[in-house]
Design a protein around this ligand. Sequence first.
Ligand SMILES: Cc1cc2nc3c(=O)[nH]c(=O)nc-3n(C[C@H](O)[C@H](O)[C@H](O)COP(=O)(O)OP(=O)(O)OC[C@H]3O[C@@H](n4cnc5c(N)ncnc54)[C@H](O)[C@@H]3O)c2cc1C
Length: 476
Amino acid sequence: MKRMVVVGGGISGVAAAWTASNAAEEKGLEVEVTLVEKDESIGGKAKTVFDSEWMVETGPLGFLGSEPTVEELATAAGISDTLTDASSAAAHRFIARNGVMKEVPTNPLKFLFSGHLSPFSTLRILGEPLVSATSEGGEESIWEFCARRFGKGVADRLVHPMVLGVFAGDASQISMKAAFPMLPELEAEHGSVIKGLIAKAQAAKKSGDGAKPKRGLRTFSGGIQSLADAMIKSGKFAVRTSSCVEKIEPRVNGWWVVLKGGQAMKADSVVMASEAFATADALATDMPDLATTLREIPYPPVAVIGLGYTGDDAKRIKEGFGVLIPRTDRFRILGVTWDSKVFPGRTPKEGVLVRAMMGGTYDPMLGEMDEGEIAQIAQKEVGELMGLGGSPSFVHTKLWSNAIPQYDLGHIARVAKVEKLIAEAPGLWIAGNSLYGSSFGKAAARGVRVGNEVIDWMEKRGAGSGEQGAVQQKAH
Ligand SMILES: Cc1cc2nc3c(=O)[nH]c(=O)nc-3n(C[C@H](O)[C@H](O)[C@H](O)COP(=O)(O)OP(=O)(O)OC[C@H]3O[C@@H](n4cnc5c(N)ncnc54)[C@H](O)[C@@H]3O)c2cc1C
């Protein structure tokens, strides 16, 4: 009997435990898989709260249909019938300028002439195919890449708020190659992002399988946490909640997983699916270089404030996905999503649920505030921005002190260093969203990959291919 311990019960850890249990069963290997989570419940950042008739997400609203792992897991876990696509309201997206919300057309031609950009910036976008591709291959920030290819107007007015919406981060600090590798790849291959996108669209048309790829936002009718819950319910692996892992110690032919309070579990393989800083704490004594590298990944605080409106205020809320608020505007909130417009059915009759986000790289002091104070600021600003007169009928606030990993410049080198150090530690894997993609779908995909790798490694090890084989299995 081999033992695998997964540390962290977010979607990545649950996907790793689920995948490993299934893979072991398929291969006829006896592997006892245990998931250890420090919180009272499973889900990590993807927790869904039910309060009266309101259903509010405290983290991700959904996942992108272009990330197929989530749908694959949902099918395997038997909940694909609860998959829900965003409504047509999601096509309407807004940016605030001087306190006024202005729609950003999703049609590229309509966007160019929507007045969001100056005539010069519009011409600059059209001239992108003429901008020569960089041959230096260095790591640029998202802002640098976009300013170089599309002009500073686009980088400031569109890209900055978009990065706030995705990472709660600063576009001039986050690495383009680490966060959005596809765009530098298109530049490298086609000499231009626009030319590359056109070539991709033409190739997809030519391949002609007719099926339109699902690209929009999706979730589950019972909330984003349903997926982890369904995998847990399968009973395929053991789960220990309210169990904080304090230390991971290497031992001959395995590891000790030491829990707070002194209890320890022996494991042949350990998957760290906790946040990078938490993984660093657990490994600091025996792998100090790895811990130092992981601690370089910042996690700014983010608060999610769910606000439920009824009556006249509910009627005043427009159809749409939400609004992004550039840091040049006077508001402290980063943006608002109109959750029940995008995914109806999470409110009492005729209610509207919106969620405001606060914090991020620009507002590190948010982590020091209490949730009541945060909710008051959000209520006031949402009311002002959206022209609402009264108070919300429902408020739910969640402050994540360390919310979203920032793939700052240097991230690619950090990942390479982590891979090198991990390759020297047979049986140890890193899952989670700290290295290879910070979205829900990417975290799930990383969990699946690691779950399979561990079982392949155990199979080879059992068959006597030895430690060297183990190290090679882990090469990314
Ligand atoms: C506010 C917010 C909004 C988001 N919105 C979106 C979105 O709309 N779309 C999208 O795709 N993504 C979104 N994301 C990102 C998405 O939530 C994450 O990518 C995903 O949930 C990460 O899953 P994970 O399993 O890697 O990590 P986590 O969910 O962070 O799970 C890590 C787990 O490890 C546990 N842990 C830590 N230390 C220990 C320890 N010592 N012992 C035991 N357990 C430990 C933690 O308690 C936690 O449960 C959002 C994130 C946030 C915070």
